[in-house]
Design a protein around this ligand. Structure first.
Ligand code: FE2
Ligand code: FE2
Length: 353
C-alpha cells in the first residue's frame, strides 16, 4: 500500500492531510488535459446472449428510466443567492460564518457558493465517469457488461449536460476541479485493465456520489435543484449496483495476489480523498468570507465524535459494498477505522440499483 500525493501532505494535529497550496502546481494539474491510457480492447467472445442475468435486468431497468434533461426539468424555476438554497444547519461554511458572527445575507451567499462548489465537483466527476464508461465499453469482456457500460455512458453524458447547464444558467459559476479529485480521476483514466477502473469509478466514486446526492436531496430547498438531484441519484444507484455486480464476479475469478492489489487500490483512493478534509473547498471559497481553512479543519478534526461524523459519507454506500466484495479485510479494516472512514453504522446494507 502506498500513500498518494506525498508531496502535498502535512500534519494538522495528529491527522495527515493533503493540502494543495501551490497555485502553479494546481494550475498545471488542471491544465493537464491528455491522459495516456493503456487499454486492452476486448471482443465479447462472440457470445451475444445474456450471461449475467442480474446485469441484463439492470440494463432493462435503465432503458425504462431514461429521461431528457432539456424537457423533463422546469428550467423556468429561479435560483437566488438572496434566499436560503438549502439547509443552513448542514452547511460547513455557514457553521463557520455563524461562529464568526456574519450577517444572514452573507451566510446565504456563502451557502449558495458552497452548493455551486459541490455541484461543480460533481460535474467534473460526471465528465470523468463519461470517459471511463466509454473505456469500460471497450475493456469489459462480456456482452452484458458492454451493454450496461454503453448505457451508463449515455447516462453520464446527460448528467454532465444537466449539471453544466444548471451551474452556468442558474448559479452563474463553474468552480474548477479540486486538485485531489483531478489527481485521482487521472489515475482511474490511466489505470491498466478494467478491474481497477470499474472498482475505482463504479464502486468508489459512484458510491461517494450516492451519499453526496442523498445529502443534497435532503438539504436543498429549490425545486429545480431537488428534481435534478433526484433524477441523477436514481441513475447513480444503478451505476453503483453495476460496480458491485460486475466486481463480484471479477473478485471470484482473480488470484489472491490480484485481490490484494484491488484491496490496496481501493484503500489508497479512499485514504487520499479523506485526507483532503474539505481543505480544497475552503481554499476556494474561504478567502472571500475571511475564513482560514487550516484553522477550521484543525477544529473539526478535534471535535468529539469526529470519526463517526466523518464516516457517514463512506458508510452510506462505499464501505458496505467494498466489504461485500471481500475488499476490506483485516489488512485494511483497522486502518480504515483509524482514518474515520469505517465505523459501526450501517455496514450491512447497500449495493442499491
Ligand atoms: Fe453520473
Ligand atoms: Fe454514474
Amino acid at each position: 500500500m502506498q500513500k498518494l500525493m506525498m508531496n502535498s501532505r502535512k500534519r494538522i494535529g495528529d491527522f495527515e492531510v493533503i493540502d494543495f497550496v501551490d497555485d502553479e502546481r494546481i494550475a498545471k494539474l488542471r491544465q493537464k488535459l491528455d491522459v495516456p491510457s493503456p487499454m486492452e480492447v476486448k471482443w465479447n467472445h462472440w457470445e451475444y446472449g445474456s450471461e449475467m442475468e442480474e446485469l441484463r435486468a439492470l440494463y432493462e431497468k435503465g432503458k425504462r428510466n431514461q429521461w431528457n434533461a432539456s424537457d423533463d426539468l422546469d428550467w423556468e424555476t429561479p435560483v437566488s443567492k438572496d434566499e436560503w438554497v438549502g439547509n443552513a444547519g448542514a452547511s460547513q461554511i455557514v457553521q463557520i460564518l455563524q461562529r464568526m458572527g456574519a450577517d444572514e445575507a452573507t451566510q446565504k451567499a456563502a451557502l449558495f457558493d458552497e452548493m455551486a462548489y459541490v455541484v461543480s465537483q460533481l460535474l467534473h466527476g460526471e465528465q470523468a465517469a463519461l470517459q471511463i464508461c466509454g473505456q469500460l465499453t471497450n475493456a469489459c469482456p462480456t456482452t452484458d457488461e458492454k451493454f450496461y457500460a454503453a448505457q451508463q455512458t449515455a447516462d453520464e453524458a446527460r448528467h454532465t449536460e444537466v449539471m453544466a447547464r444548471f451551474l452556468s444558467e442558474k448559479m452563474g459559476t463553474i468552480y474548477p476541479i479540486s486538485p485531489v479529485t483531478k489527481d485521482l480521476l487521472d489515475r482511474l483514466l490511466a489505470a491498466d485493465g478494467y478491474h481497477k477502473k470499474t472498482l475505482g469509478m463504479q464502486t468508489l466514486f459512484e458510491g461517494i456520489a450516492m451519499s453526496v446526492l442523498d445529502g443534497l436531496a435532503s438539504q436543498m430547498t429549490n425545486s429545480l435543484f431537488v428534481d435534478m438531484i433526484q433524477r441523477v441519484k436514481l441513475d447513480e444507484s444503478r451505476h453503483a449496483a453495476f460496480g458491485v455486480l460486475s466486481m463480484r464476479r471479477a473478485v471470484q475469478e482473480i488470484s489472491e495476489e490480484e485481490r490484494q492489489e484491488l484491496e490496496d487500490w481501493a484503500f489508497e483512493i479512499l485514504e487520499a480523498l479523506n485526507a483532503n478534509q474539505q481543505l480544497a473547498m475552503l481554499r476556494e471559497i474561504g478567502p472571500k468570507y475571511g475564513v482560514d481553512p487550516e484553522r477550521w479543519v484543525r477544529k473539526v478534526l478535534s471535535t468529539e465524535g469526529w470519526n463517526m461524523m466523518n464516516s457517514w459519507m463512506y458508510m452510506h454506500t462505499v464501505m458496505p459494498n467494498l466489504k461485500r466484495l471481500g475488499l476490506v479485510t483485516e489488512r485494511t479494516e483497522p486502518r480504515y477505522r483509524e482514518l474515520g472512514i469505517l465505523s459501526d453504522i450501517r455496514l450491512e446494507q447497500p449495493a442499491t440499483g
